[in-house]
Design a protein around this ligand. Structure first.
Ligand code: COA
Length: 161
């Protein structure tokens, strides 16, 4: 029986750290849905959800068993509706653990049908976050090491606007 997974997040924008994690997940599961949250809670995104989806699709285009989509509402509802049995999340450092543990436990209380699996990105990406990349770009720093060329282009364009 195929095991399909979702990798949910804000992806504002997708970074090479996220891409690394998607590749690892794609090696483990039959299909990986990168699910981009339209409702971002207290985060005010730089890019609209459609822009975030387009950037992620472009960055992940060459991985066959990966799809990118947007979703609204609860992550576990999306997972159940689409028969995704695993939620993949990244753990970059110990500091991620508390928040991720809380999310995973809440999701487990919401449904018994979905498990959370944690993966770690390669060490060279374990300090990257979307907000840090945005900040470095806004202040004129070089972000080539952190995002794909098309994401960098989109970021530079948004900053110039
Ligand atoms: N490489 C680089 N950066 C990474 C990363 C990796 N491998 N893994 C996480 N990050 C960064 C992200 O860039 C982000 O940084 P930022 O805060 O600077 O933007 C941060 O770590 C965490 O963001 P992300 O992975 O996008 O997750 P999130 O915390 O923004 O998303 C949701 C959380 C969307 C999954 C969660 O809020 C959710 O499920 N929402 C839907 C509603 C719901 O179900 N709520 C109940 C939850 S129990």
């Amino acid at each position: 029986m195929p095991v399909n997974a979702m990798y949910p997040g804000t992806f504002d924008p997708i970074t090479l750290g996220h891409e690394d994690l998607v590749r690892r997940a794609a090696n483990l599961f039959d299909k990986v849905i990168v699910a981009i949250a339209a409702n971002t809670g207290s985060k005010v995104p730089m890019f609209s959800v459609d822009e975030r989806v387009a950037m992620a699709r472009d960055a992940l285009a060459e991985i066959d068993n990966v799809e990118v989509t947007r979703y609204n509402g609860l992550t576990v509802d999306f997972a159940e509706k689409n028969d995704l049995r695993v939620i993949v999340r990244g753990l970059r450092a110990v500091s991620d653990f508390e928040y991720e543990f809380q999310l995973a436990n809440m999701n487990r209380h919401l449904t018994k049908k979905v498990e959370t699996a944690f993966l770690t990105p390669t060490e060279k990406y374990n300090f990257i976050s979307s907000s840090l990349v945005r900040e470095v770009a806004e202040l004129g720093g070089d972000i080539r090491e952190f995002v794909s060329p098309s994401v960098r282009e989109a970021l530079m364009e948004r900053i110039r606007a």
